[in-house]
Design a protein around this ligand. Sequence first.
Ligand code: FES
Length: 106
Amino acid sequence: PHVIYIHSNGERHEVEVPIGQNLMTAATSHDIEGIVGDCGGAMSCATCHVMVEEPFAALLPVPDDTENQMLDFTAAPREANSRLCCQIVMSDVLDGIAVRIADPQL
Ligand code: FES
């Protein structure tokens, strides 16, 4: 399955992501600019902020309390479809998921 990362300038990057891998790890291992992931996925940095495009946003489990709280501390304003991409785990149903990279992250 693949992910489309959309940069703030509109540029799109398509990346193959193995099932079970989260979208922060996938982004940093492919040098996708704009996803920082300072805490390594421990939900304590909020530098992996993305806005998930429909129809995929609705397919994700709702953010748990920790993610929800961290989303209030993102550098770029939180939007209705804001998520921490370290918490988005690739699966078959998410094939083709498109995420806009929040800018800035820090
Ligand atoms: Fe730190 Fe996602 S990588 S919150």
